[in-house]
Ligand binder design. Structure first.
Ligand code: NAD
Length: 253
């Protein structure tokens, strides 16, 4: 066990790259001990090393959030390393695109097992520990695609809309334990998930016409929102769905 007394502890899933890595780094900068989990161990080791190099405290965990047994082990690993858990960030996610008639059962299962069941099971496993915290926080990564429709993304959109419903319901149920539950809906953020769009210059230029700030978001833009929800100052803010999208969802044409 590597306990620093009275330290706030966070667990971030999918912290091996992109937004999850950005959130883990930001939470570590705020002085929290951060357990970083990912299906790819070498990637979270890299995240943990980046945090440690800057004087932060991080513990890498290999976990596939589509596997219930990995989820239990991940939460127990974080708790035994740091002695408790205060902040859970359900960030791990996969994308999926296709016309509905072409989408197989196994593709639906793949996306739901990470984006929806992974979030539900990780929340279930973490809740007993968050209840023991004086300032429990759950931060779920949804998407602007969970608010609006998007052609060829029906399964992804369904999971991200589900995360919003799950967030709001748990905000009600867990308030009595002092746990806040909020969701972040990023717009286009420059990560591996967006690589196919970024690689297609014509498509990207067309897409950017719908983003008033006229730039892609960075993981740090989302990390700032997560850091706020995690902070002491946000203790009365729960059931919120915060859009971080450069104005994309408010633009009509
Ligand atoms: P990314 O692909 O860059 O990173 C996702 C991370 O999750 C990777 O490190 C990957 O290894 C990990 N991961 C994937 N499946 C996993 C599993 N089964 N178990 C554990 N880890 C797993 O993606 P990102 O853009 O950083 O996305 C992070 C979250 O933000 C996702 O939930 C995504 O849906 C959401 N989001 C992203 C964008 C965007 O534009 N990038 C927009 C809206 C929402």
């Amino acid at each position: 066990m590597n306990v620093t007394q009275d330290k706030t502890t966070a667990l971030v899933t999918g912290a091996g790259s992109g937004i999850g890595r950005g959130i883990a780094i930001r939470l570590a900068q705020s002085g929290y001990q951060v357990a970083v989990a990912d299906i790819h161990f070498e990637k979270v080791q890299e995240t943990a090393n980046l945090i440690k190099k800057n004087g932060g405290v991080a513990h890498p965990i290999k976990a596939d959030v589509s596997k219930p047994s990995d989820i239990e082990a991940m939460v127990n690993n974080a708790v035994s390393e740091f002695g408790g858990l205060d902040i859970l960030v359900n960030n791990a996610g996969v994308s999926s695109a296709g016309f509905i008639e072409m989408i197989t059962d196994s593709e639906m299962d793949r996306v739901f097992s990470v984006n929806m069941y992974g979030v539900m099971r990780t929340t279930r496993a973490a809740t007993p520990f968050l209840k023991k915290s004086k300032r429990g926080r759950i931060i779920n990564l949804s998407s602007v695609e969970g608010i609006r429709g998007s052609g060829l993304l029906p399964i992804y959109c369904a999971t991200k809309a589900g995360v919003i419903g799950f967030t709001r319901s748990n905000a009600i149920e867990l308030a009595r334990f002092g746990i806040t539950v909020n969701a972040i809906c990023p717009g286009p953020i420059q990560t591996d998930m967006l690589a196919p769009l970024i690689a297609d210059e014509k498509k990207l230029n067309q897409f950017m016409k719908g983003v008033p700030m006229h730039r892609l978001g960075q993981p740090e833009d989302v990390a700032a929102a997560a850091n706020f929800f995690a902070s002491e100052e946000a203790s009365f803010i729960t059931g919120n769905v915060l859009v971080v999208d450069g104005g994309m969802t408010v633009k009509s044409l």
